[in-house]
Design a protein around this ligand. Structure first.
Ligand SMILES: *Cc1c(COP(=O)(O)O)cnc(C)c1O
Length: 410
């Protein structure tokens, strides 16, 4: 029963379904694990189009003009599920992955035995064995770390590849320029340090005219001049669109793979990846003058129909989606028709004014689009006063998740 219901809803493009807790091998099995999903019981359904992620990877690779295209899959692939996402990317041809933490690297290694995996947060002193065991490459961020890694390589008699992360102006992680010069002058350390990648990160790549971009590029060119034979990487998603000077040997997109707008131009060149639908739990009639939700912040100016969807701030729906006098409401959609959010977002639910939707179209069980083709990721994020990165990364674990699109092998 349950299984038939699932296929009926999701159609033939369905590759696999899984709960967030059990995403590990959902795609490998290529089989609907209906028990893990409970889509019937979920208040909201998050659909992740793996084929669109693969297509976005190909588009970014083409835009990167000859550079290798890697993928940032840190933070559980921005909330979308690192395992199925990385597998789909690997199957599309991606070979270099970036995670933030060693534990993320360990998990990814268990899924992708042949990929190159960089750990962006640097080499956690005292843990070199963990990096060695899981064949993780640290992105070293200081002279001390570089010396520690070189000493470890010397001790075990193996040249384990690493990256050097140089800060060129964002002032997050990385060598500062003086420290980097001291490292390259330190011949004893350099002799034992197998540097496979030089990298730096841009602060303002989503603003093509920003002077930081050319300043950081110039600084990074000086860095490269000190180690001219080492491959170099500067561009994140939006950096790719700054032009050939920025793409170098390897690019590291994250957001754009997941359908986010890389920030340049009116139209988003990426394919949408994420669709989030809230399930209507009840439709109520609200008389003119009545209010909806905590704080009675929204008052019906006419007889209204209000739908309650099973997604709230526990699920990552920002509380800033709440309606507020004097600010344009966040909206959800059904059949392309937009309906304003009314009242406050609760922990488990949100209310939507469906008075303009034909009677009977929205009823218990109807799925309304919170993010998708009508309400883009960028629109939803901006209505919530945030950016698409945060909206994605905070998507909750309580949704039913469905992975569609890529029929990937084990
Ligand atoms: C997260 C991250 C990326 C990916 O950035 P996007 O803007 O999502 O493309 C690339 N490089 C580093 C160092 C990062 O931390």
């Amino acid at each position: 029963m349950h299984r038939r219901h699932l296929f009926g809803l999701l159609g033939p493009g369905l590759a696999a379904v899984a709960s967030a807790a059990d995403e590990n091998d959902s795609v490998a099995s290529n089989q609907a694990t209906a028990d893990a999903l409970d889509e019937d019981l979920a208040g909201a359904i998050l659909t992740i189009d793996l084929a669109a992620i693969q297509e976005n990877w190909r588009r970014l690779r083409a835009a990167a003009a000859g550079a290798e295209c890697g993928a940032a899959v840190k933070a559980n692939a921005y909330g979308l599920g690192m395992m199925p996402v990385a597998r789909a990317l690997f199957d599309a041809g991606c070979r270099t992955f970036f995670v933030a933490r060693p534990r993320e690297g360990e998990r990814l290694r268990s899924r992708l035995s042949d990929a190159t995996i960089y750990v962006l947060d640097g080499f956690f002193a005292g843990e070199p064995g963990h990096f060695e065991m899981h064949r993780l490459r640290p992105a070293l961020i200081s002279l001390e770390e570089a010396r520690g890694w070189a000493a470890f390589c010397r001790k075990i008699g193996r040249r384990l590849p690493c990256a050097l992360h140089v800060d060129t102006g964002i002032n997050r992680l990385g060598f500062d320029l003086d420290e980097f010069a001291r490292l390259t002058d330190d011949e004893a350390t350099m002799a034992d340090l197998p540097v496979a990648l030089l990298m730096s990160h841009l602060a303002c790549s989503d603003e093509s005219g920003h002077p930081m971009n050319s300043r950081q590029l110039a600084a990074f060119e000086q860095v490269r001049a000190r180690l001219p034979r080492v491959p170099a990487s500067l561009a994140n998603s939006s950096g790719i669109f700054l032009g050939e000077d920025f793409t170098m040997d390897l690019v590291r997109p994250g957001l754009a793979l997941y359908g986010g707008h890389p920030g340049h131009g009116e139209t988003n060149p990426m394919r949408p990846v994420v669709r989030l639908k809230g399930v209507v739990m009840q439709v109520r009639t609200v008389a003119a003058g009545e209010t909806v939700g905590y704080g009675a912040t929204w008052q019906a100016s006419r007889a209204s129909r209000v739908a309650l969807l099973g997604a709230g701030y526990k699920d990552g729906i920002p509380r800033r989606f709440s309606s507020e006098p004097g600010r344009p409401s966040a909206e959800v959609a059904v059949d392309g028709l937009r309906c304003p959010v009314v009242g406050r977002i609760s922990m488990d639910m949100m209310a939507v004014d469906v008075t303009e939707v034909p009677v009977g179209r929205v009823r218990q069980g109807t799925r309304m689009e919170i993010v998708g083709d009508t309400i883009t990721l960028e629109e939803a994020a901006s209505r919530a006063g945030t950016i698409s990165y945060e909206l994605l990364a905070r998507l909750g674990s309580r949704f039913a998740r469905a992975y569609t699109g890529a029929a990937t092998g084990g």
